[in-house]
Write a protein that binds this ligand. Structure first.
Ligand code: SF4
Length: 336
């Protein structure tokens, strides 16, 4: 009988849940997943997933009516077990109202609504913490995505159309949380422009920022081209662009996890959050850039919209030279 996973957190969290999906699929066959409409395309093609059920919790399905509607849909499927990595009341209620007899959740969630309560490790990588829901030991697993031939073709056509050849660097300057945005991507692009092509990646909300970064690359005056893909490519097409890049430079946000899934060497810039939260890169050539010893770090679990102290030193004190040095350490821009 098919298992259900309800994961309606942020895009990056959904990517980090893929090892859990794989572990469950290896036991019982591909699982069904409830997730946000934004994240659904990331799982639509995944071999560990039988069916994706979009749940627009902040839009068309918001409120109790939408929750009950989803619960009715799920009840008709007669799932034997639901895995609930997201510790929200909404997630627990959906599984309970759907009448799913076995509901596996984490301690710290909504115990009375679960039938099986698993301890959530307080340390380690988020991937391993999520795997604990299925009783799987930490394994240094990486997230995974399944990119289609159409995704690859669209990304290749986009790069060709904009004259982006080898080598190129993917820059992901955005983040939902302002305090997690490193403010010097333009200066970085200007310096990199003499050595490689540049593609900015992100969602539609990052398009204006991506455009400014690309314009700065033009100031750099190198022979390489730069193009803004923010909001232009789909998530899977963006992942394919990141896969083709020599290196990804990103904040602590969703593109970091896309980069991990496609195994592109990554320079991750951390400001108001820290890798110890469990969301850092884990590849052998990945590098983290951060300010050590700043007393106010970290200042919240997700990173506040703006610096509560006003100075934003956790990001502003990270010089472009440090990020360039980290790129060098990956060895990815050396001539091949
Ligand atoms: S309080 Fe400190 S860690 Fe938080 S955003 Fe400001 S500088 Fe960064």
């Amino acid at each position: 009988m098919t298992s259900l996973v309800i994961q309606t957190a942020f895009l990056g969290d959904v990517v980090l849940t893929t090892p859990l999906l794989e572990a469950l699929a290896a036991r019982h066959g591909p699982v069904d997943v409830v997730t946000t409409p934004a994240a659904a395309p990331l799982l639509d093609t995944h071999p560990a997933v039988r069916r994706v059920i979009p749940y627009d919790k902040r839009g068309a399905d918001r409120g109790l009516l939408g929750l009950r509607r989803l619960a009715r849909t799920l009840a008709a499927e007669n799932y034997a077990v639901a895995y609930l990595p997201h510790r929200s009341l909404r997630t627990a209620l959906i599984a309970r109202l759907a009448g799913i007899p076995r509901r596996v959740g984490f301690a710290g969630g909504w115990r009375p609504l679960y039938t099986d309560v698993r301890a959530r490790p307080t340390r380690g990588h988020e991937i391993d913490r999520l795997l604990a829901l299925a009783g799987v030991a930490p394994s240094n697993a990486r997230p995974s995505l399944c990119l289609t031939a159409a995704d690859r073709g669209a990304a290749e056509a986009f790069l060709r159309e904009h004259g982006i050849g080898e080598p190129f660097v993917a820059l992901a300057p955005g983040s939902i949380w302002g305090s997690k945005r490193w403010p010097y991507y333009r200066e970085l692009a200007e310096r990199l422009a003499a050595r490689a092509g540049i593609v900015t990646v992100g969602g539609p909300e990052d398009a204006a920022l991506g455009e400014r970064v690309v314009k700065a690359a033009a100031v750099g005056g190198g022979r390489w081209r730069a193009v803004n893909a923010c909001g232009t490519l789909s998530l899977r097409q963006s992942a394919e662009v990141i896969r083709r890049a020599r290196v990804l430079v990103t904040n602590d946000s969703a593109p970091l996890h896309l980069g991990q899934a496609v195994e592109t060497p990554t320079v991750a810039i951390f400001g108001s959050t820290v890798p110890a939260f469990g969301f850092g890169p884990r590849g052998p050539r990945d590098r983290v850039v951060e300010i050590a010893g700043l007393a106010c770090r970290p200042c919240s679990a997700h990173g506040p919209p703006t610096c509560p102290l006003g100075h934003h030193r956790c990001m502003r004190d990270i010089a472009v030279d440090r990020v360039l040095a980290a790129i060098e350490e990956t060895g990815t821009l050396q001539p091949r």
